[in-house]
Structure formats: structure tokens, C-alpha cells
Design a protein around this ligand. Structure first.
Ligand code: NAI
Length: 462
């Protein structure tokens, strides 16, 4: 008998959720984690701390821009950066302790240290080797390196350094207009930094619906972010505490430089699988460094599974969580399922951006007949009452069956509203199903219903 039924390596959202579900299903479970706290990148240096800074900086922006309009007079608050970071750390601490509590409650053993797999069925942590019936690799990802740019986490930082800067930079260059660059870029722009985003492609947030991309960029520009698109960063150098970023414009090959007190490198992440001993085990890998898995999250070595950022698919905490739960079911001899067609993506800027399913560009490429139902938040009473009329809800539905194929939102609470569509898509809903569902008034959600109505006979408030 093995010491544990399951050993999960990594306590991020994929790993800890997997462990809890394993324990709930009656499996004796341990988790290997080398960080001092549970929760992985997402909780310690990613999703959660960034949300605290997004919230605080948004409040500052509201105070400076909208309070007087609402008859709230007085001096706008100033920033106590140390306190803002302490608030962020407090939020992280509460959540990491919450997972520790859940581990105790579910009788999950935390094996402290960095794990490796010396042979199938064995996990080594420090000097100890533990026997496991099944092993789940949930080791996540790390920032991808960018040639010519050396990270020091002081002046040239990844998202980790950007969440703990010693002071608010006067000028910041963000390399990469993806999710990390825009979330953290907008935090610092609201806190007073002059933020310039340099992006290789011609549009921001690659892969996102084209209309959303355009509106999003316009909104961020209004918030003070500058964009240099179609520009490949060649390198960055630090001298006397300041950085110089060199980029080459793709259209004419001309070179230019930008100076900044801080450079945030946000050009993507890569799977973190070093040190596990995968090569010696003969675990097959994908070309881009992910662990190869089958539809049951099994690697090429029996008894070893892999989930989350370490395998194919979007690098999203909730995708990892879903895989964590599903693989636990598989190990327990049940059926595990993840619907990869219905995984929402959210950018937590203000306004928020959210999407699920196909984009219009993808549907065109597939040659599918579709219809578009669009509704502007300008026609939504609740949004106007809180100065958030910018943005829209766009629903894409099959031209013949009316079945929802995708939805793309930019606007207030978009990251919450998207789930109505996700549930609908899980149930195979038609746009008409949402259009015929009573929505409370006045809510932001009414904009979703209006977009659904726009797929049929038309919205009421447009
Ligand atoms: P990303 O893949 O979203 O964006 C990277 C951007 O950098 C791309 O637009 C790319 O074209 C650009 N780029 C690459 N090389 C460049 C160069 N040399 N010069 C200029 N631009 C260059 O990556 P990001 O933002 O670093 O995020 C990493 C992962 O973390 C993503 O998979 C993302 O989904 C995930 N994440 C998700 C969040 C959320 O769901 N809210 C929050 C933060 C991260």
C-alpha cells in the first residue's frame, strides 16, 4: 500500500483544488509545495494581489474623477504606497491562510519543499521519498524570458516585481499588451505613472474579439496609457537606476528608444517543469515545453497526470481548477470532464473585459454563418448612473439555430456578467433563451439580455 493515494506537486489553483477534491472523494492526499505559503503564483504573486492594487487604484481614480460630480466634495485622497502594499499583502495572507485551513479540514498533508519524481510512484521532497498511487503535476508557469532584456526585479521587473515596487515609478514601460501588461499598466497609470505599452502586434490583447480590442485600446488611451504597436522590443539596459528600452518598428524597421524608471516585462509565460526529473522518466513533452497529456490528463508515464499551465490550453487559474477537479474524478474512477469551449477570459481593468467562446474573427475563418447581437452600456440605466456607459455586450449566435457561439463584453462588471452566457452555453442555449429570461431592473445584466434581444427582433433601449 502506498503512503498516499495521490501526491499533487504544486499548490496553485490547479493543485490545491485537485487535492481538496481528491480528499473529498476519499483519497489519501498530499501536496508538495516549496513556497512558504499555499496558493501558487495566482494567490501569492498574480491574480489576487493584482486585484487588490486594481481595486485601490480604481478607488483613487473614482475619487479624483467622479466624486465632485456626485456632490462628494473635499480633497481627493493621496497615495500612501506602503499602506497600499500592506493592504495587498493582507488580502494575500487571508487567502493563503484560508487554503491552509481547507487543507487541515480535508486532512491533506502539506509536504513542504520542492518535489521531484525519481521513479513512477515516488515523489522526493528534500531527503524524503514518498510513495504515491498517483502523481499529479500542477507546477504552473513562470515568466518567459525575452532576449536582450535581463530581469533584476528592481528596475526591469516581471509581474512579481511589479506587485512590490519600492515606489510608484514616474515613467513605466510595459513590454507586451497582454493581460498582465494592461492590468498592471492601468494600475500604475491610475497611480500617476506615465505608462507606455510597447506591443509587437498591431493590436492589443491578441486573440481577443477585434471590436473589443479597438474599444479597449481607446478607453485605455483616455486613461492616459500610451501605446506603441507593431514594435518588437530589442533590448533593455539599466544605467544609474534608469532603464532604456530599444524597439524596432515593424512597418519601416526604424529603431527608437524609451526611457523609464521601471520596465515591466509581460510577454507571456512558459510552463514550469524544470527539476521534476521528467526527462529521465521519459515523460513526453509538447514542442512548446508543455507536458503532453491525453484527454484524461494522463502523461505518457502510467500513474502520472498533469494539469494547468504545465499543459496545453489557456494559462488561466480557473482552467487549472477545472482540470484539477476533473483529474481527481478520473483518479477516483469516475468520469472527469472539462468543456474547453466554455472557458471565460477576463481582464480586470476598469472597465472590465470578458469573453467566452468564439470571436467573430474565428467564425469568419471557419466560414460559419452567424449573427451579431450588440448592445451599448450607454443604453443601460444602471451603467449610466455610475458613469460606466462606455463599452458593450456582443453576442454571437448561429445564424440558423440561434445557439450562442460566443460573447464579448467590455464594460462594468463584465467579468461577472459573462457567466450568464457561460451557463447558457453549457446548456446549449439559444440567444432567445436569454432574451426571454426576466432580468431585474436596473442591473448591468440587462445589457446582456438586450444583446440577446439584438440577435432576434431587436433590443428595446437602442
Ligand atoms: P500574453 O500572452 O497575454 O501577452 C503577451 C504580449 O506580449 C503579446 O501581446 C505579445 O504579442 C507581446 N510580445 C511578445 N514579445 C514581444 C516583444 N519582443 N516586443 C513587444 N511585444 C511582445 O502574456 P502575459 O500578459 O504576460 O500573461 C501571461 C499569461 O498569464 C497569459 O496566458 C494570461 O492569460 C495569464 N494571465 C491571465 C490573467 C487574467 O486572466 N486576468 C491575469 C494575468 C495573467
Amino acid at each position: 500500500m502506498a503512503e498516499f493515494d495521490v501526491i499533487v506537486i504544486g499548490a496553485g489553483p490547479g493543485g490545491y483544488v485537485c487535492a481538496i477534491r481528491c480528499a473529498q472523494l476519499g483519497l489519501k492526499t498530499a501536496v508538495v509545495e516549496g513556497r512558504d505559503t499555499l496558493g501558487g503564483t495566482c494567490l501569492n504573486v498574480g491574480c489576487i494581489p493584482s486585484k487588490a492594487l486594481l481595486h485601490a487604484s480604481h478607488q483613487l481614480h473614482e475619487a479624483g474623477h467622479n466624486f465632485a460630480r456626485m456632490g462628494l466634495k473635499g480633497k481627493a485622497p493621496s497615495v500612501d504606497w506602503k499602506q497600499m502594499l500592506a493592504y495587498k499583502d493582507e488580502v494575500v495572507g487571508q487567502n493563503t491562510k484560508g487554503i491552509e485551513f481547507l487543507f487541515k479540514k480535508n486532512k491533506i498533508t502539506w509536504l513542504k519543499g520542492w518535489g521531484s519524481i525519481p521513479e513512477p510512484g515516488r515523489v522526493k521532497v528534500g531527503d524524503e521519498v514518498h510513495a504515491a498511487g498517483n502523481i499529479v503535476i500542477a507546477t504552473g508557469s513562470e515568466p518567459a524570458a525575452l532576449s536582450g532584456v535581463e530581469i533584476d526585479e528592481k528596475v526591469i521587473v516581471t509581474s512579481t516585481g511589479a506587485l512590490a515596487l519600492p515606489k510608484i515609478p514616474r515613467a513605466m514601460v510595459v513590454i507586451g499588451a497582454g493581460v498582465i501588461g494592461l492590468e498592471l499598466g492601468s494600475v500604475y497609470a491610475r497611480l500617476g505613472s506615465k505608462v507606455t505599452v510597447v506591443e509587437y502586434l498591431d493590436a492589443i490583447t491578441p486573440g481577443m474579439d477585434g471590436e473589443v480590442q479597438k474599444t479597449f485600446q481607446r478607453v485605455l488611451k483616455k486613461q492616459g496609457l500610451d501605446f506603441v504597436t507593431g514594435a518588437a522590443v530589442q533590448g533593455a539596459a539599466v544605467k544609474g537606476g534608469k532603464a532604456k528600452v530599444t524597439y524596432r518598428l515593424r512597418k519601416d524597421d526604424s529603431e527608437a528608444t524609451l526611457e523609464a524608471d521601471c520596465v515591466l516585462v509581460a510577454t507571456g509565460r512558459r510552463p514550469f517543469t524544470q527539476g521534476l526529473g521528467l526527462e529521465a522518466l521519459g515523460v513526453q513533452m509538447e514542442e512548446r515545453g508543455q507536458i503532453r497529456i491525453d484527454e484524461g490528463w494522463r502523461t505518457s508515464v502510467t500513474g502520472i497526470f498533469a494539469i494547468g499551465d504545465a499543459v496545453r490550453g489557456p494559462m488561466l487559474a480557473h482552467k487549472a481548477e477545472d482540470e484539477g477537479m476533473a483529474v481527481a474524478e478520473v483518479i477516483a474512477g469516475r468520469h472527469g470532464h472539462v468543456n474547453y469551449g466554455v472557458i471565460p477570459g477576463v481582464i480586470y481593468t476598469a472597465p472590465e473585459v470578458a469573453s467566452v467562446g468564439k470571436t467573430e474573427e474565428q467564425l469568419k475563418e471557419e466560414g460559419r454563418a452567424y449573427k451579431v447581437g450588440k448592445f451599448s452600456f450607454m443604453g443601460n440605466a444602471r451603467a449610466k448612473a455610475v458613469f460606466q456607459g462606455e463599452g458593450f455586450v456582443k453576442i454571437l449566435a448561429d445564424a440558423e439555430t440561434d445557439r450562442i457561439l460566443g460573447a464579448h463584453l467590455i464594460g462594468p462588471a463584465a467579468g461577472e456578467l459573462i457567466h450568464e452566457i457561460c451557463v447558457g452555453m453549457e446548456f446549449g442555449a439559444a440567444a432567445e433563451d436569454i432574451a426571454l429570461t426576466c432580468h431585474a431592473h436596473p442591473t448591468f445584466s440587462e445589457a446582456v439580455r438586450e444583446a440577446a434581444l439584438a440577435c432576434g427582433d431587436g433590443p428595446i433601449h437602442a
